[in-house]
Design a protein around this ligand. Structure first.
Ligand code: BGC
Length: 778
């Protein structure tokens, strides 16, 4: 039946009810109208379909599925077609498992290396992140399965993620934090977009008409459904006004009565609800049609895709004296517990139950092994003695190191950019015992590598998924030639990061460095980094020649040649360098990239298209400042002149951090730049709202303190451990419970009635009133 006809039959109450899920993962089925439900599950690097106990943190078991490498690794392939292939495979598995919507990909910008969820995001560069996400989306959607582009928008830290405020100027928002979403929406066409937990400039993303209607739908032409992140809905009435369609998870009936009243008293138009219902119906019927077809799903084939992705996403960071590839006939010492138990995916909602799992050790030959450390990353003198013995006995040593799970996870940010102390000691001991030492690294984001000069080779695997073991061996032995490039800057030390003095120091996120994120900062500031954005070695060499720009300045051509002796792939990167004598800008920005596969001696011509956006900045709209621009590919460059639009240079620019990137940004300069004055949130008993967390209220209310303690106890019991903040599951679950606003707890816990509002009254000191609300049920 036609969707409008169904909507005409529905009662207002049923329509409102449909706009919240049925349970943790499903929408509601309304049989009397013939409306089917559909099933959603995480994403993004595989399926996490929970069929029994559900949670948003990947703690309870899910059905087995292929665990592809996490985005940190697939992104380093710089290959949207590979992402599309992975998307297709995930789409096939979704059909096989009856999933209509995959909750991914995530395109939040890697603003700071310590963000606990960086492993789930693509890059510090929005152009690259957008293109890769579009590839993934195309792959999944072509299978008839929906995707959910997340977390819209500006959700680049885990600290206080449920109720922090991301505050920034318009230019930073548009050029850095929205561009990846824009490209992914326009080129990938996802069925849904997931709005983020934090507020953006003081407004909850779920309530934001500016974000969800003006920008997403009107500017970018998005015509799909907006779903909340799990528990992100703030004001359901404003949500409808803004175009936030589906409230997830379901079960709580959150604000449904209030919505009904708002329609009845004319504050909310029923038409707004109809529009949301229609978007939900569209997906529900699409998923239903898919369920009726037979799925053909090759999990074995997908393992091979996962292996290929891990190989192509690996980045060779160092290879002195061509230590790699290793000779398979020589004896090697394999050091580190991660060789037998590698870190292959991140913790939290994206955690997949892998179909199978290959560990590196199983694929390495003529190897003596020493643990070197335990799974927690700790070592001791006797372990180190074993390590030295093994390293001394072999022709070369390969150390497996990285970040154990407890170091990085959804729900909290990393404390440090360093590797665990045990891994550092292990690397040092091996490097001293064997001059031919290589390090294989596993982590979801950049780590400090003060030890880099002491070893000959470094191979960064990121989080390589279930086939990571085979991939490592193929790369080490040269069966596969590494071709990954970094998608984020590897800083020498955390202090070098432009946001290091501000990130993690307060609950709100003040984007003080503005547009100067990653390479945009270090290049302009002249800060030396360990490994730059876009960097990665190969077992062969490439040369560029014949760089040309067409007379109309719309296309660039270059010839790439494999000048080495083995086949390999290169990622040709095009940067546009901007005039520096007007409005402040980064020295250069990525505006094109292509991956080319070449046999030894082979050449290929590569072309890039340039549009206005390759030169534009945001100043109340996209505008091109006039001047000389430099088109750079590798070492080659061509200067071109662009006529410009009228641009005004703000008064605060001269001599400010933004002009030259000298030092670090200050709050005072940032306030001048944004025109905003930051007033930190005040916690006052009597003024708490549903947006406050148990953690925030516990020092003001004995009741909240007691609840806090009870939650600690229940979580520890549930995990079968004692209260332990070094356990990442415990830490993550605490952050996501006592760190959640009361409204999120109500929604995510499927808690009906007046319990949470009643508790709020009590926390505010009105015990009896609170009791009354609980009884009244509202
Ligand atoms: C995460 C989302 C995820 C959702 C459902 C949330 O906590 O932020 O990325 O899709 O849970 O598991």
């Amino acid at each position: 039946m036609e969707l409008d006809a169904i909507i005409r039959q529905m009662t207002l109450k049923d329509k409102i009810a449909l706009c919240s899920g049925k349970n943790f993962w499903e929408t509601k089925k309304q049989e009397k109208y013939g409306i089917p439900s559909f099933f959603m599950c995480d994403g993004p690097h595989g399926l996490r379909k929970q069929e029994k106990a559900s949670d948003m943190l990947g703690v309870n078991r899910s059905r087995a599925a292929t665990c592809f490498p996490a985005e940190v690794t697939t992104a380093s392939s710089w290959d949207p077609t590979l992402l599309q292939e992975i998307g297709k495979a995930i789409g096939e598995e979704a059909k096989d498992q009856g999933v209509g919507l995959v909750l991914g990909p995530g395109v939040n910008i890697k603003r700071n290396p310590l963000c606990g969820r960086n492993f789930e995001y693509f890059s510090e560069d929005p152009y690259l992140a957008g293109k890769l996400a579009a590839g993934f989306i195309r792959g999944v959607e072509a299978e008839g399965v929906g995707t959910s582009l997340k977390h819209f928008a500006a959700n680049s830290q885990e600290k206080s993620r449920f109720n922090s405020d991301s505050i920034m100027d318009d230019r930073t928002l548009r050029e850095i934090y929205l561009t990846a979403f824009e490209i992914a929406v326009k080129e990938g066409k996802p069925s849904t977009v997931m709005c983020a937990y934090p507020k953006l400039n003081g407004v909850h993303c779920s309530d934001s008409k500016e974000l969800l209607d003006d920008i997403l739908r009107k500017d970018w032409g998005f015509d799909g459904m907006v779903v909340t992140d799990w528990g992100a809905m703030n004001d359901r009435i404003q949500g409808f006004q803004a175009g936030c369609d589906l409230n997830m998870p379901g079960g709580s009936n959150y604000m449904e009565k209030a919505v009904l009243r708002a329609v009845k008293d004319g504050t909310l138009s029923e038409k707004k609800i109809d529009v949301s219902v229609k978007r939900i119906l569209k997906l529900a019927f699409r998923a239903e049609a898919l369920r009726q077809k037979n799925a053909d799903c090759g999990y074995e084939k997908h393992h091979e895709t996962a292996r290929k992705a891990a190989e192509q996403g690996a980045v060779l960071l160092k290879n002195e004296d061509n230590l790699l590839p290793l000779d398979q006939n020589k004896k090697i010492a394999v050091i580190g517990a991660m060789a037998k138990n590698m870190r292959y995916q991140g913790s939290g909602s994206s955690h997949i139950n892998p179909m199978k799992l290959s560990q590196p050790m199983a694929f390495l030959k003529h190897a003596v092994f020493a643990d070197g450390c335990n799974d927690w990353g700790d070592t001791d003198d006797s372990m180190l003695r074993e390590v030295v013995k093994a390293a001394e006995s072999a022709d070369a040593a390969v150390v497996f190191a990285g970040l154990p799970e407890r170091f990085e996870s959804e729900g909290f940010d990393r404390d440090t950019m360093k590797l665990p102390e045990g891994h550092l000691r292990m690397i040092k001991a091996v490097a001293e015992a064997n001059k031919n030492t290589a390090v294989v690294l596993f982590s979801g984001s950049a780590v400090e590598c003060d030890w880099a000069d002491s070893v000959k080779a470094i191979l960064y695997m990121g989080l390589p998924g279930q086939a990571g073991g085979e991939a490592v061996a193929n790369l080490l032995y040269g069966k596969v030639n590494p071709c990954g490039k970094l998608t984020e800057t590897w800083w020498r030390h955390y202090e070098d990061v432009p946001s290091s003095e501000i990130c993690g120091t307060m609950d709100d996120a003040l984007y003080e460095e503005g547009i100067y994120v990653g390479y945009r900062y270090c290049e302009k500031a002249g800060v030396k980094v360990r490994f730059p954005f876009g960097y990665g070695l190969s077992y062969t060499k490439f040369a560029y020649s014949e760089l040309e720009v067409d007379a109309d300045k719309k296309a660039v051509h270059i010839k790439v040649t494999n000048t080495g002796s083995v086949a390999g792939a290169d990622v040709v990167q095009l940067y546009v360098g901007s005039p520096q004598n007007g409005i402040h800008r980064p020295l250069r920005e990525l505006k094109g990239f292509q991956k080319v596969w070449l046999q030894p001696g082979e050449s290929e011509s590569v072309s890039f298209q340039l549009d206005e956006r390759a030169f534009a900045i945001w100043q109340n709209g996209w505008k091109v400042p006039g001047g000389i621009y430099r088109i750079e590919v590798g070492e080659l460059s061509v200067d071109i002149e662009m006529d410009g639009d009228a641009i005004s240079i703000p008064e605060w620019q001269q001599g400010s951090f933004y002009e030259k990137c000298h030092g670090k940004p200050s709050q005072a300069e940032w306030e001048k730049m944004t025109g905003k004055t930051y007033v930190p949130k005040k916690l006052v008993r009597g003024q708490f709202t549903m947006d406050n967390t148990i953690e925030e209220m516990k020092d003001f209310s004995i009741l909240m303190k007691v609840i806090y303690k009870v939650v600690e106890m229940v979580i520890a019991r549930g995990l079968g451990i004692k209260k332990d903040y070094t356990n990442q599951n415990f830490k993550m679950m605490m952050a996501c419970s006592v760190g959640s606003p009361l409204r999120s707890i109500q929604i995510s816990g499927g808690i009906k009635g007046g319990i949470m509002p009643g508790l709020l009254e009590m926390a505010n000191g009105h015990f009896l009133r609170g009791f009354g609300r609980m009884i009244k049920g509202e």
